[in-house]
Write a protein that binds this ligand. Structure first.
Ligand code: SF4
Length: 258
């Protein structure tokens, strides 16, 4: 998987020039603009509620809206145009749907997926009212939590675990994967450090197909420099045709076989 030059396969140096310019956005501005579209008062846009096999069985609310446009996002289209799909649900309605599926399926674990749960204060308040549904794993890209340590600190009082999906092992790979400008690479790591310091059960996760062993090693070194010492979870790519197509368009060569 790894290239001979310490750069995981799929990210050749000459590809770094090919990034479409409209993707090199400020993700904090995008988070704010997206929150304005997917939040109405305390209601947030969701498009599906389901039980899924992840974590050995978890009830999942699939939301819309993210400050990133990751090259491997399986919900890319909805996150690119959040106005076009989904319906608004109040926190109580989300809890009701999640707990109803949980009772039917005998599952006790919950998450929000397909989007970023924390886009700003409004979506954060919505999340806080959904968390009492039960034991939650908050899956986040950590961007806004890194920019707003006050919000990250408030999670410490809650009985939730936080999994931060890290979108690159350095500034350049972060830009290539997330579509956001490279100077925001550190924000998710700041969020991780803040949460761990506050005693929250938090850990980083990386996409193994893109990171390879070298990328994961580079990230571990960056974390070490910041005084972050914790395990790194590795996940693997869901090879949906739409995902492979986006990856090809953005210059990542990856086989269609898992
Ligand atoms: S952070 Fe997650 S939801 Fe957002 S674009 Fe990336 S993969 Fe999709």
């Amino acid at each position: 998987m790894d290239s001979p030059h310490g750069m995981p396969q799929g990210l050749a140096q000459d590809m770094l020039q090919d990034m479409p310019q409209d993707l090199l956005f400020n993700p904090l501005i995008r988070a704010e603009n997206t929150e304005a579209v997917v939040m109405k008062g305390m209601k947030r846009k969701y498009y599906r509620f389901r039980a899924s096999r992840h974590y050995g069985g978890i009830v999942t609310a699939d939301a819309i809206g993210c400050p990133f446009l990751c090259v491997y996002c399986w919900n890319y289209g909805r996150n690119e145009n959040p106005a076009k799909s989904g319906e608004f649900y109040a926190p109580g309605e989300v809890v009701e749907r999640l707990t109803s599926i949980a009772h039917r399926k005998g599952i006790r674990l919950f998450r929000i997926s397909g989007a970023e749960p924390v886009l700003g204060p409004a979506s954060f308040d919505h999340l806080l009212e959904v968390l009492p549904a039960g034991r939650f794993i908050i899956e986040t890209n950590g961007l806004v939590l890194g920019a707003r340590p006050d919000l990250a600190g408030r999670l410490a009082a809650l009985n939730a675990s936080v999994r931060i999906s890290i979108k690159g092992w350095d500034e350049v790979s972060f830009e290539r994967i997330s579509g956001a400008r490279r100077e925001f690479f550190r924000y998710p790591l700041i969020a991780l450090k803040t949460l761990l310091s506050a005693g929250v059960d938090a850990w980083p996760a990386v996409m193994g197909d893109l990171f390879g062993a070298n990328g994961t090693k580079c990230l571990a070194a960056r974390m070490d420099e910041m005084g972050i010492r914790t395990r790194i979870e590795t996940e693997y790519l869901e090879r949906y045709p739409s995902v492979l197509s986006t990856m090809r368009k953005r210059g990542w060569e990856i086989s269609g076989k898992g």
